[in-house]
Design a binder for this molecule. Structure first.
Ligand code: TF8
Length: 335
């Protein structure tokens, strides 16, 4: 080797090492909590997130996934993130309404009609605006994932007409929009954390609940619920959250690695969830559930009752945000 080639080689090696070291990433261990089972769309996406994070950080940022609400229900994890006792979580936007009132926007019945609208609205300026409200409350929202369109199950009777809901004890998420929505449909709505739902259904403390097909499957609600009514009454997002205290201590590169992994997991999660939902009804039927669709007339009556809560949602999230959302949806639908 001539002196010159040796010098070139040494320089090349130094440059390569330099670019790896330019990544300001320290060894990190992130406790990431979630509420559903490991064998669920949520669990699968968290696993992919962990892999993507390792890849984006040269193996330095490690994610410890803790599912099945082992770290507590959503509201408890949110407080742990705010206090800095836990680094990350994914959960329902609906359980955040007590912290950021604008999150109630996503609870508006029939706001979103399909997956395309959901992605465009959540990933666009409206979704960003709502997400940004978290920071002053001690949370950082990275991305929205899909929970999905919610449908009704119960153990009393097939719900074919609005009146069939009369007196049904229905578990709802801990949030006033859901409480008002289902009260206005005539159900006896009871707020409960998700982690208590299976046993409440099993012991018949409640008669029914509402969640996307994916969750009815992965949480085995078909074991304790006979009737499923296709209502698609609201599109529920999930949101990936980081403790702001933790986030503030991260370098630019560490933040970028987290954001990159969150987006990759979002793309995976939405596809996985939609694929699973598309065949879920067949699966749930095979598990013994009795499934019915509402007649257009009854669906219309339900829709009409549910949208009576819109005025109070608009007042709560603010008229500006409400109007901007309607305008954005108008634009998306005109495309
Ligand atoms: C509910 C939600 C839950 C999710 C999950 C725990 O009904 O849909 O399934 O928030 O992340 O509480």
């Amino acid at each position: 080797m001539t002196k010159l080639t040796r010098r070139i080689l040494v320089t090349a090696l130094a440059l390569a090492a330099g670019s790896a070291m330019a990544q300001d990433i320290k060894p990190r261990l992130i406790r990431f909590g979630y509420g559903l089972a490991e064998a669920s769309n949520q669990g699968r996406a968290v696993k992919l997130f962990a892999e993507q994070l390792a890849a984006a950080s040269g193996g330095k940022m490690k994610l410890r996934a803790i599912g099945g609400a082992a770290l507590g229900p959503d509201t408890q994890m949110q407080q742990a993130l705010i206090g800095g006792a836990q680094e990350m979580m994914v959960g329902s936007t609906a359980t955040l309404v007590g912290i950021v009132k604008e999150m109630a926007l996503w609870d508006t019945p029939f706001l979103i009609n399909n997956a395309k609208e959901a992605d465009a609205l959540l990933d666009g300026p409206i979704g960003e605006k709502v997400k940004a409200k978290l920071e002053e409350k001690g949370l950082v929202g990275l991305v929205y994932w899909e929970n999905g369109f919610r449908n009704l199950t119960n153990n009393k009777r097939a719900v074919a007409r609005l009146e069939d809901l009369d007196g049904i004890k229905l578990r709802v998420m801990q949030n006033n929009v859901f409480l008002d929505s289902f009260k206005s449909l005539g159900a006896n709505a009871v707020p409960l954390p998700f982690s208590e739902l299976f046993s409440a259904l099993e012991t018949k403390a409640v008669d029914g609940q509402e969640n996307p097909y994916n969750t009815i499957l992965s949480s085995k609600f078909y074991e304790v619920q006979k009737y499923l009514t296709v209502t698609n009454h609201v599109y529920s997002p999930w949101i990936v959250l980081v403790s702001k205290k933790y986030w503030d201590g991260l370098s630019k590169d560490e933040r970028a690695a987290l954001q990159k992994a969150a987006v990759a997991a979002r793309e995976f999660e939405r596809k996985d969830t939609r694929d699973e939902a598309a065949k879920a009804l067949t699966d749930l039927k095979a598990k013994g559930m009795q499934i019915n669709e509402l007649s257009p007339a009854e669906a219309g009556r339900m829709r009409d009752r549910l949208t009576r809560v819109n005025a109070s949602i608009a007042a709560n999230v603010g008229m500006d945000l409400w109007n901007e959302t309607q305008a954005e949806l108008g634009r998306l639908r005109a495309r």
